[in-house]
Ligand binder design. Structure first.
Ligand SMILES: O=P(O)(O)OC[C@H]1O[C@H](OP(=O)(O)OP(=O)(O)O)[C@H](O)[C@@H]1O
Length: 635
């Protein structure tokens, strides 16, 4: 789907607060941190499968010895590949000098990755030029320990141009136009100035010993101040984790709280991750003990072990990404599970109306995998309807019910079947373009013999319909072979109408099936002038500061009801030559908010962007589409 580097992804961070020998003694291995990092990353596999990276830092290493290690992989099983590479170093020692494996200090001194600060990253790199250089973590190296920086993040900035300009204004000469570079260099720049400031201050105070000064700098560096200055002009969604060479570390979250970030600590470890259940499982800790990093705040872990959550940017109205809840995050989180079920339940009324409450001739199913949880909620909703129906039918009657009728009423139950099967565990949506079409076409299969040909309606619930390609190229064709009279496709997400620019790779207007539907409706109605007017407005606003720009693209959808757009989408996604009638039902925006009250970020559905940069992105995406440029509305 995309042609440039993207940074929506998963992060995993661990700081060991005790020396490696402590873990050796207590848990039987000095590799405790690495093992936990592996688990944290594996449990967030859903966040990225195109690559992964790990970096570690060893504390208090004498000059001349390596203390930063990094390994990145783009193998199809990148996480396993990285840890095999790391494990091999230890396996060789185990083979040749097994006693050394019990000597934590020796391991730290002699084997790379035996560090106390660990950072992992899963990459959802949906772009054409897949290359190892684009895998996080990124390094900014320096001979001064405290000036080294390693970062890995789940982020996307909408205003890279503006941020690059600021770097030029500082006199810098960035080697690439990408937000990874701007973020790394911005933080790096303020790390440098903090270093210099402290160095000058100690000199002024009469300290002469530079080695002593370096130690003081490491101790006194104000990480929150560095982040405050760095993030001043960032416009985007981000969770960015970083480690400084001497061991200070941070995990920062954008002021709107768009991207998720959680953490836990005790007296042995500090751990942070994009998803809460990953921490629960990897460390076996109760949910109440895991905290969410507050928007505009950074979890800061100083080298000396001091832990704080500091504000670096005034939080604004929280608009956490609802698509995390619908699709992106794993459904094993307690709240997400509940929310997905509720999304399914809330669709029941629309579904039952569409099938005329003919439960007897309807088969309920779903498109694996993410929609599975919402499906349980939907089935509960149908059960509830049936119970009410049975109650009404039995209660509200004057005559005596016949045995035959009683049996019929009591036997009523939803026909719940696993119709669609997904043969691979990978997610197609976050797979890079080159492999996606192939995958979409072959990944699904069906169960035969469950549909009464020509009489049954098949209801299939999916979590989202974005481009509609999964349905058009694969699912609807194979479902039609089963012979249903009607196929009702239900989306637990509302219509995706606008690009995301904060980390979920939905970026080009022309690819949204909802947009295609609205445009074709406009054309049919002879309202091409609306399209031209929006184009002009978007173009005219392109040179304005982002704060003065509004989302003009909303006008494209205004003339139509949701139902009209859904009906047109049904037409578009119906493959040629299929027999079944296809209908589409979407979640309403109101019900989305009822189901996910803590995650009100809905810009891809509503067009209401939580940062000014979003309006620029959507307008640019529209201009790109009008001008036939197949590119994102942002860098
Ligand atoms: O309309 P489209 O643009 O084709 O994309 C939407 C589909 O992509 C996702 O599936 P994916 O295989 O990524 O994940 P899943 O197995 O977790 O559902 C999602 O669940 C939809 O089925």
């Amino acid at each position: 789907m995309s042609d440039q580097i993207k940074h929506e992804c998963g992060v995993a961070f661990i700081r060991l607060l005790k020396p490696l020998s402590y873990y050796q003694k207590k848990y039987g291995t000095a590799l405790y941190g690495l093992n936990k990092l592996y688990l944290l990353m594996e449990k967030q596999h859903n966040r990225g499968q195109d690559g992964a990276g790990v970096a570690t830092i060893k504390l208090d290493i004498e000059p001349g010895k390596r203390y930063i290690s990094r390994h990145r992989s783009m193998a199809s099983n990148a996480v396993a590949d990285i840890f095999e590479y790391i494990q091999k170093k230890f396996a060789d020692i185990q083979k040749e000098t097994p006693e050394k494996m019990n000597d934590a200090e020796w391991l730290k001194a002699n084997v790379s990755f035996a560090g106390e600060v660990l950072l992992g990253h899963l990459r959802y790199g949906t772009h054409g030029k897949n290359s190892i250089e684009n895998c996080h973590p990124f390094l900014r190296q320096n001979n001064w320990m405290t000036r080294n920086l390693v970062i890995a993040g789940n982020f996307n900035m909408t205003n890279v141009d503006e941020l690059l300009q600021q770097l030029y204004d500082l006199g810098q000469h960035p080697k690439e136009k990408a937000d990874t570079v701007t973020v790394l260099e911005k933080i790096g720049h303020f790390i440098d100035t903090e270093n210099q400031g402290l160095f000058d201050q100690y000199k002024r105070e009469g300290l002469d010993d530079n080695i002593e000064i370096s130690k003081l700098i490491a101790n006194d560096m104000d990480v929150a101040k560095i982040l405050r200055k760095s993030a001043k002009n960032w416009d985007g969604g981000y969770t960015i984790a970083g480690i400084l060479g001497h061991g200070d570390a941070f995990v920062m979250r954008d002021p709107v709280g768009i991207r998720p970030a959680f953490y836990y600590y005790n007296d042995e470890i500090v751990v942070a991750a994009s998803e809460r259940p990953a921490i629960q499982t990897a460390f076996n800790v109760p949910i109440e003990d895991i905290r969410e990093i507050k928007p505009g705040h950074a979890l800061i872990v100083k080298k000396n072990g001091r832990i704080s959550e500091d504000m670096f940017s005034e939080p604004v109205e929280k608009k956490a990404c609802s698509f995390e809840r619908i699709y992106f995050s794993r459904g094993s989180d307690a709240s997400i599970y509940r929310e997905r079920k509720q999304l399914g339940r809330l669709l029941c009324e629309q579904i039952l109306n569409t099938v005329d409450h003919d439960v007897k001739n309807t088969v309920f199913s779903y498109i694996p995998n993410t929609a599975e949880v919402a499906f349980y909620g939907m089935v509960e909703g149908v059960h509830k309807y049936i119970k009410k129906y049975q109650r009404d039918r039995l209660l509200n009657r004057e005559d005596k019910i016949s045995e035959e009728e009683l049996t019929e009423v009591l036997c009523m139950a939803p026909r719940v079947e696993k119709i669609a099967i997904k043969d691979v565990k990978l997610r197609t949506f976050i797979t890079q373009d080159a492999d996606r079409s192939e995958m979409v076409a072959h990944v699904y299969d069906t169960t035969y013999g469950l549909i009464n040909k020509g009489t049954d309606t098949l209801v299939v619930l999916d979590d989202s319909i974005v481009r509609g390609t999964t349905l058009k190229q694969s699912i609807l064709k194979i479902l039609d072979r089963l012979g249903p009279k009607r196929i009702v496709v239900v989306s637990s997400a509302p219509q995706i109408r606008y690009p995301d620019c904060y980390g979920i790779d939905m970026s080009r207007m022309g690819e949204f099936v909802a947009f295609e539907a609205a445009i074709s409706l406009l054309k049919d109605a002879g309202k091409e002038d609306v399209i031209l007017k929006v184009y002009q407005q978007c173009k005219d606003s392109s040179s304005l500061p982002k704060e003065e720009v509004v989302n003009y693209v909303q006008a494209i959808y205004e003339p139509f009801t949701d139902q009209e757009i859904s009906d047109r989408i049904a037409k578009i996604i119906t493959p040629p030559n299929i027999k079944a009638k296809v209908e589409v039902i979407y979640q309403t925006l109101d019900n989305l908010h009822v189901a996910c009250p803590g995650h009100l970020g809905d810009w891809y559905f509503s067009g209401n962007y939580p940062t000014p940069g979003g309006n620029k992105v959507v307008n640019r995406a529209f201009v790109n589409w009008m001008e036939g440029k197949n590119q994102r509305g942002y860098m």
